[in-house]
Design a protein. Structure first.
Length: 136
C-alpha cells in the first residue's frame, strides 16, 4: 500500500507540476520584469547624472579658460592704453613716434629754416637724433 500511495503521489505531482508552473511562471515573469525595469531605470538615472557631471566639469573648465582669456585680453588692452597715453604730448595730442625714436623731417620741410630749427630744437630737447628723410 505504501508503494501504491507513493505511485499515486508521484502521478499527482507529475500531473500538477505543469499546471502549477503555468500558473506561477507569469507571476514570476512579471516580478522579474518589474525588478529588471527598476534596475534599468536606476542605471539610466545614474548614467544621466554621470553625463551631467561631465558636462558640468566641461562647462567649469570652459569658464576657467574664458576667465583666463579675459584676463589676458584685459592685460593687453591695459598695456596698449599705457603706450597710447605715453605717446600723448603736453597738449594731449597723439605723437606717432615712440619715445627715444629719432625726430624725422622731410627734405622739403628741412629747407624751411623755421621748421628745421624747431625740429632740431625738439631733437636736442629729447636727446634723440634728427633725421632728414626722403620726400614721400
Amino acid at each position: 500500500m505504501a508503494d501504491d500511495n507513493d505511485k499515486q503521489a508521484a502521478a499527482l505531482i507529475a500531473a500538477l507540476a505543469p499546471k502549477i508552473a503555468e500558473a506561477i511562471i507569469p507571476q514570476l515573469t512579471e516580478q522579474v520584469e518589474t525588478q529588471v525595469k527598476g534596475l534599468k531605470d536606476k542605471n539610466d538615472e545614474l548614467l544621466d547624472k554621470l553625463a551631467n557631471l561631465k558636462k558640468d566639469a566641461e562647462i567649469e573648465e570652459a569658464g576657467k579658460a574664458s576667465a583666463a582669456l579675459a584676463a589676458r585680453t584685459k592685460a593687453l588692452i591695459d598695456a596698449a592704453d599705457k603706450q597710447r597715453i605715453a605717446r600723448l604730448d603736453g597738449n594731449n595730442m597723439y605723437q606717432g613716434r615712440k619715445a627715444g625714436d629719432a625726430i624725422k623731417i622731410s627734405r622739403v620741410d628741412a629747407r624751411n629754416v623755421a621748421a628745421y630749427r624747431d625740429a632740431k630744437a625738439l631733437a636736442e630737447k629729447e636727446g634723440v637724433p634728427l633725421e632728414i628723410v626722403a620726400d614721400e
